[in-house]
Design a protein around this ligand. Structure first.
Ligand code: UDP
Ligand code: MN
Length: 303
């Protein structure tokens, strides 16, 4: 197509949050697995650049620099690393999401939890030269070239601005119990085969250009508009940005592209023995060759 779009498709931006590694030493193993598998399978053309953004504190930065120096000394493609200090980012993001955190169920929004809501406002934080970005958890393992993720943007329908895979547990069915009881015909909270189970935010495709120009998306950042939706669904969450996207998808599904489950195969089974044994597998089921494993709630990833 036009020159402009050809140019920006040469830059591939990915973002990882990496904080508090000192109090959470398991993050080091996760970091090693996600970046080991990422670089094992990654391939880009000579005229392309892979950009890795870290939102991290000083310890995270030192660990990441050390890892990349020791393990990615001779990359087969060009890549750039960008460090964004998590305290500075939190300072910028907190005023924009504090009320949303409260609205979604956090009684006293912790300043340090703000970082788990940055994806909502990344389109305002990052420069306009970043057109699309993939945000990824650290508890992942790649079996394919990470570049393939950006192909998924080409399957977005006209109104889609964000791409996510469904949540693989009945957590939103649980959180929506009141709305579902009062609206017996609803399909929100149903398994994917018969409705919308909500989204998981371990892999997020952010079409930043479209988000920036989406009146509808940005209207939900207005606390009065969000309050209407929260009240309609009697919603009370606790899972950070994925609560926001799940809630929006009940009300405005056209904003979202649903990634196939193989792009974010979550392994956590915490909800299985919490009264959902009979229906758990309808949520947990994912057939096909897994492209990205997600060892959420500290679940080991199969080797
Ligand atoms: N994270 C972090 N420091 C922490 C906890 C979380 O940097 O102390 C980041 C990390 O990128 C992680 C993401 O936040 O992958 C989400 O947390 P996690 O994957 O543990 O949540 P889960 O997928 O189990 O719900
Ligand atoms: Mn995770």
């Amino acid at each position: 197509s036009d020159k402009h779009s050809q140019e920006f498709h040469k830059d591939f931006h990915a973002l990882f949050i990496f904080t508090k590694v000192q109090s959470n030493p398991k993050l080091k193993d996760k970091f090693t697995i996600v970046f080991g598998s990422l670089f094992e399978h990654a391939a880009f053309e000579d005229d392309e650049t892979f950009h890795i953004h870290f939102v991290c504190d000083q310890e995270g930065r030192e660990f990441a620099e050390e890892y990349l120096k020791n393990h990615v000394a001779h990359p087969k493609f060009s890549f750039k690393v960008h460090f964004h200090n998590s305290a500075s980012v939190a300072k910028e993001v907190f005023p924009q999401v504090q009320a949303i955190q409260t609205m979604l169920g956090q009684k006293h929004p912790y300043y340090e939890d703000t970082i788990f809501f940055i994806s909502l406002v990344l389109h305002k934080i990052l420069p306009d030269t970043v057109h699309r970005l993939v945000q990824l958890d650290l508890d992942l393992k790649f079996t394919v070239n990470i570049k393939d993720l950006w192909k998924e943007f080409s399957y977005f329908k006209q109104d889609n601005v964000i791409g996510l895979a469904h949540e693989n547990q009945p957590v939103y069915r649980h959180l929506l119990w009141k709305y579902r009881q009062e609206n017996s015909e609803t399909t929100v909270g149903n398994p994917a085969a018969s409705g919308n189970p909500g989204f998981n935010s371990g892999v997020i495709l952010l079409h930043l250009d479209r988000i920036r120009s989406s009146y509808l998306y940005n209207s939900y950042l207005d606390i009065n508009k969000l309050q209407e939706v929260v009240q309609k669904y009697s919603f009370k969450g606790h899972l950070g940005d994925q609560d926001f996207y799940s809630l929006l998808s009940f009300e405005s599904p056209e904003l979202f592209f649903t990634l196939e489950c193989v792009w974010n195969r979550q392994l956590c089974q915490w909800w299985k023995n919490k009264g959902y044994q009979d229906i758990f597998d309808q949520y947990f089921h994912c057939s096909g060759a897994i492209k990205i494993w997600h060892g959420n709630c500290d679940t080991p990833i199969p080797v």
